[in-house]
Design a protein around this ligand. Sequence first.
Ligand code: SF4
Length: 379
Amino acid sequence: MAGIYLHIPFCKQACYYCDFHFSTSLRLVDALSDALVHELKLRAPAWQDEEIQTIYFGGGTPSLLPTSQLEKIMGTLYSLYKVTDKPEITLEANPDDLTISKLNALKDAGINRLSIGIQSFRDEDLQRMNRAHNAQEALHCIRLAREMGFEDLTADLIYALPELTDADWVANVDQLMAMKLPHFSAYCLTVEEKTPLEAHIRKGKIPEVPEETAPRQFELLLDMAATHGYEHYEISNFAQPGHHAKHNSNYWNGSRYLGIGPSAHSFDGEKRWWNVANNPAYIKTITAGDFPAEEEILDRRTRYNEYILTALRTARGISRMHIQTQFGDKMYSFMLNSLRECDTDWYQVLGDSIVLTRAGKHYADRMASDLFILGDDFI
Ligand code: SF4
């Protein structure tokens, strides 16, 4: 089983915290959509034997894609790839794009899951982060999507936003819980370098968030999600039983995926490649019949480190058997020795699995780095 990711690199305006690849000029939308179709055609022969279980339109803002282009892309996918009978087909959408006619078009094109970028139900937060939608649209779009027959919905929220008090955060989560979505994601705000947010904080226009805010708001989130029956199945992801996101779960399980579009990453089990993060360069190279990609063969150490990093973030945790069978006795012993150095409050061993405790969920990345192999001994 494999997944296909399509990157739609356009946005109406730049959210201050964002460091993804996107352009706010829509001038190249048609040319880029044609290039996506072209890349799907060029890549298809190498993916002939794969059953495509999931398709994911990410961005950028895929809900900006014109219907005719979305239909062309879906038609190409179905004609050239072996898509399974009941694929999960997700499209990321911003609330201000989800009109009745847009939702109808998405449904007709075969989209069966929407990932809605709510981020906050408070206008203050949305304006401060330069989001294109307002709180009213955030509430309205979920009702509308449901009325139009979209049941499989997920929404994103962000915590540790500047000036978001714990009471504000609880109100935001409460609002989300009231919607009873099958799935949601919650991300801690990260101040990335070279973003407008970083510049605004540096110049004192937006206040810095105190260090202790994020862990406190994460704790509040864990309590509220559990009270409402959500499984915390990955550090940033919560689902009602049976509603884990298949596409992202496949990334975490180490499945193969094909990334189409500028900046999209792909993985075939041994090799990773990533397309150029530049729209005109991507269009030009693909149109000439070449791949605008750099690649890296993943050595055993890199595959081990990536497995540790992703598996530890999931509720399934690190499988000791997986480490032993996939990486051999020496790397397995290394992992066990490194584990002895980790804080025992952060993890527990449950059968074959090493899983984070509640306290450990605050230190997932730090604990993963404690288990990493950094030298060349195991390559
Ligand atoms: S809509 Fe999404 S991709 Fe676009 S700028 Fe905002 S956060 Fe970034």
